[in-house]
Design a protein around this ligand. Structure first.
Ligand code: P6P
Length: 331
């Protein structure tokens, strides 16, 4: 049997840096993220053992109860990205305002992240994840400012997530395909396990919170009713664990549609550090992402914590959804 080439994340990063004649600055940002992932992996896997479960009693900018692990993961990302000297500003789902990195005012990169998404699943052992989005600073001639984070998703230079599940996987794209790396905790090393991920074009799963059905727009309801009929003939199953990274990762590998439409007209998921990174990844894997009427990556953000409806999956399915919804301006 042909022996699979074993390549570490570090070797992969160096290969890509050489191929693209990079300076090494972007590679350092990826290393910083991989370090954060290893630290968070360790604590997520011990969460049940350490007195880290349960809430801090604090509430974050989204009005959600902050779990101790959320707060910890937020600190880990900020410290890891500060150490490398390449990142001048970070913005987190957990923080109202961005953080300007003192020791890297000349850093070329801006990183937006959700340090631990799906945190309501921490206590029940459902996979959770970290999501990140990387931009290059537009103007190096002036100090970086908050508005430099309000960029269209199409300007991302890289995006990825870490899923802390049956194993810990780091999946990312830098605009040249999507690759997945599995952490071997005994070595503390990520190994290339999912080269050049492509989303199957056939729908095997659909994922949405059915409890919200009566609060979706009539057009979304009509699409879902027709999808349910197709499910029988096309052998499509419903799968929804309430953790975006887990639901998205399964759909990316197996072929599935994830949707979080506006509920009573209100969208939930965040544009900058949930929808945009997943949209970049899915496009690189042959899929598509929309807010119901336009490509997620073309939306011009107005605020840091802006929310959008999200429909993400195989290209044909997203086009079908847009044909249902374009007759009505809200999704
Ligand atoms: P609901 C988790 O809080 C999250 O932001 C995503 O990870 C997940 O897809 C969604 O919200 C789940 O929301 O309303 O179905 O519990």
């Amino acid at each position: 049997m042909e022996r699979k080439e074993i390549i570490t994340l570090e070797e992969f990063i160096i290969q890509r840096e050489k191929a693209e004649e990079g300076s090494g600055a972007f590679s350092q940002v990826l290393r910083d993220i991989a370090l954060a992932a290893r630290i968070i992996h360790f604590h997520v896997n011990r969460a049940g053992l350490e007195d880290i479960l349960g809430s801090t009693g604090r509430v974050n900018v989204q009005g959600e109860e902050v779990q101790k692990l959320d707060e910890f993961a937020n600190e880990v990302f900020r410290k890891a990205l500060s150490r490398g000297g390449q990142v001048c500003m970070v913005a987190s789902e957990e923080d109202e305002e961005p953080t300007f990195i003192e020791n890297a005012p000349a850093g070329k990169y801006i990183v937006l992240y959700d340090p631990l998404d799906g945190s309501s699943n921490i206590d029940v052992n459902v996979p959770i994840g970290s999501i990140f989005s990387i931009y290059q600073r537009k103007d190096m001639m002036r100090p970086v400012q908050k508005e430099d984070a309000l960029r269209k998703g199409v300007e991302q230079i890289a995006a990825g997530y870490i899923i802390y599940g049956s194993s810990t996987l780091l999946v990312y794209t830098a605009g040249n395909g999507v690759n997945g790396f599995t952490l071997d905790p005994s070595y503390g090393e990520f190994f290339l396990s999912h080269p050049n991920i492509q989303m199957p074009s056939k729908l095997k799963y659909y994922s949405f919170n059915d409890a919200n059905f009566n609060k979706f727009s009539p057009e979304v309801q009509r699409y879902i009713e027709d999808l349910r009929k197709r499910a029988v003939e096309e052998k499509i199953s419903s799968r929804y664990v309430g953790s975006l990274v887990a639901d998205f990762h399964r759909n990316l590998l197996k072929g599935g549609l994830f949707m979080y439409p506006a509920v009573s007209g209100k969208p939930k998921l965040r544009l900058l550090y949930e929808a945009n990174p997943m949209a970049f990844i899915v496009e690189q894997a042959g899929g598509a992402a929309s807010d119901g009427t336009q490509n997620i990556l073309t939306i011009q953000p107005q605020q840091l914590h802006q929310r959008v409806p999200l429909f993400i999956g195989p290209k044909d399915e997203i086009q079908k959804i847009q044909s249902y919804l374009l007759t009505h301006q809200t999704a």
